[in-house]
Design a protein around this ligand. Sequence first.
Ligand SMILES: Cc1ncc(COP(=O)(O)O)c(C=O)c1O
Length: 469
Amino acid sequence: MNNDSSARIVADLDAWIASAAPGAKLPSTRTLVTRYGASPVTVQKALRTLAARGAVESRPGVGTFVRAVRVARPNDYGWQTAALGAPPHRGPQLSTALRTFPNDVIALHAGYPDRELLPERLVRAAFTRAARGDAAVNRPPAAGLPELQAWFATELGTVTPAGTAPPAPSDVVVLPGSQSGLTTTFRAVVGAGRPLLVESPTYWGAILAAARTGVRVVPVPSGPDGPDPDELARAFRQTGARAFYAQPNFANPTGARWSPELADRVLDTVRGHGAYLIEDDWAHDFGIDAEPVPLATRDDSGHVIHLRSLTKSVSPAVRIAAITARGPARERILADAQAESMYVSGLLQTVALDVVTQPAWRTHLRGLRHQLAARRDLLVGALQEHVPDARVEAVPPGGLNLWVRLPDATDLGRLVADCEAAGVVVAAGTEWFPAEPTGAYLRLNYSGPNPGAFPDGARLLGRALARQR
Ligand SMILES: Cc1ncc(COP(=O)(O)O)c(C=O)c1O
């Protein structure tokens, strides 16, 4: 990248911005590339410099704009520090997975699949139909629309083996996304100050939900095959914990899928300690080489609390998830969810149900499996070619992420910043560890936009890593 030409573009755009109206749209990156005879990476660097100074703001998918608000004098919010006091915990405000970037960066950090992987036509048609119906004006029952509860229960019921009672629709509580399901379950079933066993590494949002609800997380080492069952048993014995949060299928971040033997051992341990397994089945629709079978299908005694979300597979705009729980736990969860948000928009529930009950939904999922396989293999191949020091511990049989080990001496903070400056966004694995990281990891997501740019992204990552040798 040429620093001089980036500085020249900044200086020139600064002059333009000074005379532009607040809110004015800057020319597109393509126009700027032509105007300045510079590469897209150099133009992006200049735009990032202007954004960092607060001169412009970028709205992904729309463009870059002169900042509308120009504050003449800085506000004094010091009084709020006294009013709020110190926060109960200090963590990152926004996970890397939720950050948005201009369209032309190579995004390997995202948490939600790109639009081209969504059933967009089905979603739009479902919204149109739902807007015409009663759902647009009615208040749904607190636990969810009965038809949607029934759909979630049937999804589990059809793969429940003979001899185990399938869940009933009334065991299902519909929620606005599984993130809120985690917060609700941790608060209602574990409780502030009490221990919750979690895999390490585990989903950053679960760590956050535990911190927010005052639940004390106890890490259990986990890897590409799932958690260590002996360590799990030891952690239950030592802490007296009554719950274990885990992702038995395509875990975020490791991609792990538990073997049937491990699933049996974990269930036995959980039952033996009179505890709950909080099963986060977030990637249910993202099987690639394997069909995910939830552990919840092997239990009818209320030990497994099952969370399934549609926000990643239907649309991030349709924030619908469900918890299936039996016995008093279900009542506690429903009571907490009601206190939190009363009920979930009936319109969104109707849209979600419409999409997943169309015959085309199954066709979509079959196509998605091929697209994810191609993207995953493309990224694995690109890393092998361009980042020889990186090790993909296991090619995941499903899910959206690669968990990549880097040399121990890697300065991850610097690597992530260098990659971002070069136009590729990656997430440091640190965010997925509930305690100190046990190695230098990156989590790379292969469901983001423009997979054609994965090889370039890997090349830029390889270069940034090589500079640390
Ligand atoms: C493992 C896991 N659980 C839960 C969630 C939350 O998903 P949502 O709230 O969109 O349903 C995510 C999102 O990234 C996730 O990765």
